[in-house]
Write a protein of this length. Structure first.
Length: 148
């Protein structure tokens, strides 16, 4: 006898963002550890790696492009200079889309995701939580600032 664990997907909804639905791939324990702990030597690419990781895990979402900031003449361009979309366009699940969102919003999504994927499967009865502490992961995710 042997056992092969089935990879899961997660449907995330958010109390603070009503109407937002995100479907994401699961993560492996090693991936979560790597992405939750900034290296001690302060790897400058760590935050980019975290965002790339998040973008890679996205399967689908129902996110529309925010309003576009006015340019120097005070006129909002029709096309976003950062990602090429128009206001209200559905955003593809790409790193480019992630980079066109505000940091607090993205960090909230990452935090909720990491929290979800670190929980024991609720369908499996009474298994004590494994080594990853969701609260620690959440705090670590909150501390990240991708604009630094
Ligand atoms: Zn954009």
């Amino acid at each position: 006898m042997s056992f092969k664990a089935v990879r899961s997907a997660y449907n995330l909804t958010f109390q603070n963002y009503p109407g937002l639905h995100i479907k994401m791939r699961s993560s492996l324990l090693g991936e979560i550890q790597k992405i939750s702990q900034p290296p001690k030597d302060g790897d400058p690419n760590f935050q980019t790696e975290q965002l790339k990781f998040f973008a890679k895990k996205l399967i689908s979402w129902d996110l529309k492009h925010s309003d576009i900031e006015p340019d120097d003449n005070g006129v909002a361009p029709e096309i976003c200079p950062n990602c090429g979309l128009r206001e209200d366009d559905p955003m593809p699940t790409t790193l480019q889309s992630v980079m066109c969102l505000e940091p607090p919003f993205v960090l909230n999504l990452i935090s909720v995701y990491l929290n979800q994927v670190s929980q024991p499967d609720p369908k499996v009865a009474s298994v004590p939580s494994a080594g990853v502490n969701p609260e620690t992961l959440r705090r670590l995710a909150e501390r990240q600032n991708p604009l630094k």
